[in-house]
Design a binder for this molecule. Structure first.
Ligand code: NAD
Length: 498
């Protein structure tokens, strides 16, 4: 990797696929485009079905050995991966900021330490893997279970938090004894290839492989390969539907972490100071490109106007700019096409009746950043929650603020969306907090906070937000099958045959 005269990163030679521990050159490449400038800063392999089949074959071969490793060995490997990330922590933030526009201060504060922590968490979990004896079985038998790895895992990740997403899939899959083929997003592949190269000496060849390329070609070849034991997918709901239908032929099971439209229900008694900070974090962290984002705030009429005013005023002050500048608070969106999609979705909501309280502006940043995918933090007022801004996932820095007077109505509106990933309630009334938390249809509910995701707390959704949980003890079971052994301890049988 080189830093060019402008201070920006460039990688001169095309990045290969990683197959069986080797760098596998691929003639056809795809450009990696820097969202802040629009310039091509690297090229990645555009893998075809042949390369994908090689990667699955390498993972299948490596599984025969990796599945037999002791839990102590797996723990040591995962811990050493975390150590490697920590030791090289200074190298990742600029790469992540270049790759997907993440503000470098966030990449440093959140992405790199979180990825390392995920490996440490599952290093701990690896040692706890165990079966059970079934005590309800007759005394004439001894019945026990063991937990078996599944085989080759197809790990398909999106572009918005590539390092964290890859860690969420690799760490539990490896802890459980599986091998993996990772397919990063075509919009952010470089960090995944670099990461797997950086940990290559810590793992036997073939245990982790990477194929880059398009979803419809490399991704499709991966999910339809009958040697894949399970698909672990994070991405959009539409892609998930295609993948499930394509993988159905081979009956390949899947874990699905999909989109969201997070609703934060604010009571009349909320502490507006902390709430305002959390609302800003909930929607504008990671450029608003977060599946857990609180993209919708439903505020009680008593606090609605003041909250809207405060959030809009603070949103106008957010520093939008070069993600490589440590003072930048919000970088560009992943691409100009995505920025235009987000801006177009806001135009549509305006036509449907929302009012723009802040943003909805494409800033003129000039210089190198002139071709960047920038969009100002946007706050929309949609009091009755009747427009597309209150139900569609925009996946950008756009917050919709609604007003309510009746709690049942607020909960019904929060639940009246296709998604069910993250929701929240903000109130000092304990009974109201628990009442609303119980009624919100979501895999995760936060009370008086947002984005708190300590490892051990299951992450995942219901409804169109998917199924399966990451980041927790139960995640290990996503990558295992229970095997039962029933041992007869005597020869007595009921008289059934002459
Ligand atoms: P996407 O669905 O377009 O792509 C995700 C990955 O799937 C990419 O690697 C892509 O190449 C691959 N893919 C796409 N079509 C495929 C196919 N037919 N077969 C195989 N692979 C295919 O999503 P995106 O635009 O990269 O990410 C944004 C979406 O991801 C948003 O909806 C967001 O909410 C969601 N997301 C969810 C979570 C979560 O944990 N629930 C986390 C991050 C992002």
């Amino acid at each position: 990797m080189t830093t060019v005269a402008t201070g920006r990163l460039t990688i001169d030679r095309p990045l290969p696929a990683i197959v069986g521990g080797e760098r596998r050159p691929v003639a056809k490449t795809l450009p990696a485009v820097e969202p802040a400038t629009g310039r091509t800063w690297a090229h990645v392999a555009d893998c075809d079905a042949e390369v994908v089949a090689e990667a699955v074959g390498a993972a299948a071969a490596a599984f025969e050995t990796w599945r037999t490793t002791s839990l102590a060995e797996r723990q040591a490997v995962l811990w050493s991966i975390a150590d490697r990330l920590t030791a090289t922590a200074a190298e990742w933030p600029a790469l992540l900021a270049t790759e997907n526009g993440r503000a470098i201060r966030e990449a440093e504060l959140i992405d790199v330490p979180t990825a390392a922590e995920i490996f440490r968490y599952f290093a701990g979990m690896a040692r706890g893997i165990h079966g059970e004896t079934i005590q309800g079985a007759p005394e004439s038998s001894h019945v026990y279970t063991t937990r078996r790895p599944l085989g080759v895992i197809a790990a398909i990740v999106p572009w918005n938090s590539p390092l964290i997403s890859v860690a969420h899939k690799l760490a539990p899959a490896l802890a459980a004894g599986n091998t993996v083929v990772v397919k990063p997003s075509e919009l952010a592949s470089v960090s995944t290839v670099r990461f797997v190269e950086a940990i290559a000496d810590l793992l036997p060849p073939g245990v982790v492989n990477v194929v880059t390329g398009l979803g419809a070609s490399a991704g499709d070849a991966l999910v339809t390969d009958p040697r894949v034991a399970k698909i672990s997918f994070t991405g959009g709901t539409a892609s998930a539907r295609t993948i499930l239908s394509r993988a159905g032929g081979a009956l390949t099971p899947a874990l699905m972490e999909l989109g969201g439209k997070g609703s934060l229900v604010v009571g009349p008694d909320a502490d507006l100071d902390t709430l305002t900070d959390d609302v800003l974090t909930g929607i504008f962290a990671a450029n608003g490109e977060v599946c857990f984002a609180s993209s919708r705030v439903l505020a009680h009429a008593d606090v609605h106007d003041e909250l809207l005013e405060r959030v809009a005023a603070r949103a106008e002050r957010i520093r939008v700019g070069d993600p490589l500048d440590p003072s930048t608070q919000l970088g560009p969106l992943i691409s100009v096409a995505h920025r235009d999609r987000v801006a177009g979705a806001v135009d549509k909501a305006v036509a449907e009746g929302v009012t723009v309280a802040a943003g909805h502006v494409v800033p003129e940043l000039g210089g190198d950043l002139g071709g960047g995918a920038f969009y100002r933090p946007t706050v929309l007022a949609d009091p009755d929650g009747r427009t597309s801004a209150s139900c569609d996932e925009f996946f950008g820095p756009v917050l919709t603020v609604e007003r309510w007077t009746d709690e049942d109505d607020a909960v019904a509106r929060a639940n009246a969306v296709a998604y069910g990933l993250a929701s929240g309630v903000w109130t000092t009334d304990l009974a109201r907090a628990h009442r609303i938390a119980a009624r919100l249809e979501a895999g995760m509910v936060w009370v008086n906070t947002w984005f708190a995701t300590p490892l051990g707390q299951p992450q995942g959704g219901v409804k169109a937000s998917g199924f399966g949980r990451e980041g927790a003890a139960e995640t290990i079971t996503e990558y295992q099958a229970t095997k039962v052994v029933n041992v007869s301890l005597d020869n007595a049988r009921p008289p059934m045959w002459d």
